[in-house]
Design a binder for this molecule. Structure first.
Ligand code: ADP
Ligand code: MG
Length: 673
């Protein structure tokens, strides 16, 4: 009998896991032995050819069997570099390990090491190794998503030790379904992903687990859809005078794609069931104009709209954009953030509750928890990756608002329909016409001065620029201090003589607004910023961006950051600065290469799904799709279809009930943190 509770045991119960390892595993999202079992290798190493030092060639991967002559370590910034001179009968070479300080005392002269890696211009960069007589480096070995300070070897040993628990996972699929599609048992699949006999076996195992995962998702979506069918909304009368005036007031003509989305939204708003529509479009494609239209439709009907953003900065940014246009239209907008004083907040709540305010803008948390609307008819939810918020607090007289979800993390339309299941999808596929694609370059640290020279050339031509500070681990305060220090350093060095401002999450609202306003007005040349500028900031005259230590950011995050430039008609540039490629992890390299190769958000989203999983992305934003551990959306379309059919037949409903519940519960809490 399976004992699912065995999988709930914390990782500390395993031999070799103390507080330090537990913390490192925690950063990968691994807390229990079950999590460890579900930690999917990102690829497998097949046996590499064993060579002698003299026979190393080019950059070909190889295995060396050598003896340590001497070893030494040094630090460069955060990087710990361990170098060992190693030799075999044909010669000697310098081998390097990054961030594995614990290894130093074990590399005493005379120690035998088998190591796998690649020759590079410094010698030999080690990717995996065995001390003494083990032979793991030559096996068909899993390579796990990991952090710089957690060795593959540790993960391999730990996963090996939990494989015996695989039978405790149980089996949601009946034998009839399994045999029809020749699917392995779930338990065998868990063993198969960690210890496959071949690439094919690994892939079969992965697909089995992907099917379970997609089935869970489909069951959840089906439940959600059933619940929604019972909701009633206020149908809105057709667009009229205010909608027309809005088009007049806008400083541009809406694009065909924007008009198409608006048409679809108008259709939804006329119905007595609440709209549940996903508006997806790349960064800068012009979603906000569509969102404001939707909100104004509520106001026009004598009702209210709410715009919910994930962060305070974004809420403020939206407020400023909306307020400018709404003032011309005579529509009152209120901003609700936690930085209001108690008295300001009471006043704002009062205005919303009395109906004096037509549109309320705020964070998800505030609007959902605290605000009573006189007559909420439309809610726009920005950058909400999951199924979307529920409207608990927003319910008025048993009626639900029409909801528009906006996301700039697009996934292909057919997949969106399946993954979001119960949402209708509108897509803004083409940005406003006159934009030129942003030119992106990847520059290594030694040459960052050239990047600043380039940036200054833009400033001298009257343009503006962003410099994005490195992510630092730790509190928001620490991050803020690092940003301030960096701004001061740049003012004294690379950017001497220019007007440099700084924004970060620790500024008071008033201060942050003042800096942003000065930058927008052209009173600052450069904005040094943390990722608070990731979304929403919109200054068309800013044409160049430098992202420092770009290797530490996630792909979605880099794409969002890059979207801050290229907003006007000028050619824009994004310069990604990182350590030397030899010192980067494989996934960091893949991310930066992806950024250089395309500006297409859809393509990057797919690449991201392929690459993702590396734990060293401090502060990487969670998206709903991160929860798909095993699915590869592009390759698994057939599984999506199968999962849908199975869910319609109720297969696995009882077995997966808890997981479905958890998924729905999490979805509800998104945005409240
Ligand atoms: P998104 O929210 O999709 O990232 P925004 O709505 O912020 O994009 O729009 C990005 C920029 O494009 C803004 O400066 C906006 O004023 C401008 N814009 C939006 N629609 C159009 C349009 N139809 N023509 C020209 N510029 C537009
Ligand atoms: Mg936007």
């Amino acid at each position: 009998m399976p004992r699912p509770e065995a999988l709930e045991a914390p990782v500390e119960t395993l031999a070799g896991v103390g507080p330090a390892v537990r913390r490192k595993l925690g950063r990968l999202g691994i807390a229990t032995v079950g999590d460890l079992l579900a930690h999917r290798p990102r690829r497998y190493e097949s046996a590499a050819e064993e060579r002698t030092i003299a026979a190393l060639f080019g950059e070909d991967e190889a295995v060396l069997d050598v003896v340590v002559r001497r070893a030494s370590a040094r630090r460069r910034g955060r990087l710990h570099i361990l170098t060992a001179h190693v030799a075999d009968e044909t010669g000697e070479i310098r081998a390097t390990w990054f961030n594995q300080p614990w290894l130093e005392p074990r590399l005493s002269p005379g120690t035998r090491v088998r190591m796998r890696g690649k020759p590079n211009r410094y010698g030999f960069q080690v990717s995996s190794f065995d001390l003494g007589d083990a032979i793991e480096t030559a096996d068909f070995a899993p390579v796990y998503p990991s952090t710089a300070d957690l060795a593959q070897k540790t993960l391999r040993t730990l996963t090996e030790s939990v494989l015996r628990l695989a039978r405790d996972v149980g089996e949601p699929l009946p034998a009839s379904v399994r045999s029809l599609a020749a699917l392995p048992l779930r338990a065998d699949a868990f063993v198969g992903i960690h210890r496959p006999s071949s690439e094919d076996a690994a892939e079969r195992a992965r697909r089995r687990l992907a099917l379970d995962e997609l089935l869970t998702l489909q069951l959840a979506l089906r439940r959600r859809a059933l619940e929604r069918e019972t909701l009633v909304a206020e149908p809105l009368p057709p667009a009229a005078e205010l909608a027309a005036r809005y088009r007049d007031v806008l400083p541009f003509t809406l694009t065909g794609a924007q008009e198409r989305a608006i048409g679809e939204i108008d259709g939804d708003l006329a119905r007595a069931t609440p709209m549940q529509r996903l508006l997806q479009g790349d960064v800068g494609s012009g979603k906000t104009a569509v969102a404001l239209y939707t909100l104004l439709r509520a106001v026009e009907a004598g009702r209210q709209g709410a715009l919910m953003a994930p962060t305070e900065t974004l809420a403020e940014q939206h407020y400023l954009t909306l307020e400018a246009i709404c003032a011309e239209l005579g529509v009152r907008v209120a901003l609700l953030t936690s930085s209001l004083t108690a008295r300001e907040r009471r006043a704002a709540h009062q205005l919303v509750a009395s109906g004096d305010v037509g549109i309320a803008v705020g964070t998800h948390a505030l609007i959902q928890r605290e605000v009573e609307f006189a007559a909420l008819a439309v809610a726009v939810v920005d950058e909400q990756h999951r199924f979307g918020v529920e409207q608990r607090a927003a319910l008025a007289e048993g009626r639900s608002p029409h909801v528009l979800h906006m996301t700039a993390t697009p996934i292909p339309r057919t997949l969106a329909l399946t993954v979001y299941g119960d949402l209708a999808v509108s897509e803004i596929s083409a940005p406003p016409a006159e934009r030129k694609p942003i030119v992106t370059a990847w520059v290594s640290e030694e040459r960052s001065s050239e990047a600043y020279t380039r940036l200054c050339a833009h400033l001298d031509a009257g343009r503006q620029a962003y410099v994005v500070c490195p992510l630092v681990e730790g509190s928001e305060t620490k991050l803020a201090r690092a940003a301030e220090d960096e701004a001061a350093r740049l003012r004294a060095n690379e950017l001497a003589g220019y007007r440099v401002g700084c924004v970060h999450g620790r500024l008071k609202t008033r201060e942050r607004r003042a800096v942003m306003a000065a930058f927008t007005a052209g009173e600052l040349d450069v904005l040094v910023a943390t990722t608070v500028i990731e979304v929403g900031v919109d200054v068309p005259n800013a044409t160049i961006m430098i992202v420092q230590e770009a290797d530490r950011f996630g792909l979605a995050q880099l794409h969002q950051l890059r979207g801050r430039v290229g907003r006007g008609a000028e050619q824009s540039y994004c310069l990604l600065v990182s350590r030397h490629p030899d010192e980067l992890s494989e996934t960091a390299t893949e991310r930066l290469e992806a950024m250089v190769s395309t500006t297409d958000g859809f393509e990057l989203a797919e690449r991201d799904l392929e690459i993702r999983g590396e734990g060293q992305l401090v502060g990487a934003r969670q998206s709903g799709l991160t929860d798909l551990h095993f699915t590869r959306l592009r390759a698994d379309r057939d599984l999506l279809e199968r999962a849908k059919e199975l869910a319609d037949d109720g297969v696995g409903e009882d077995f997966l009930a808890d997981e479905v519940e958890r998924l729905l519960g999490e979805a509800e809490h998104v945005g409240e943190s």
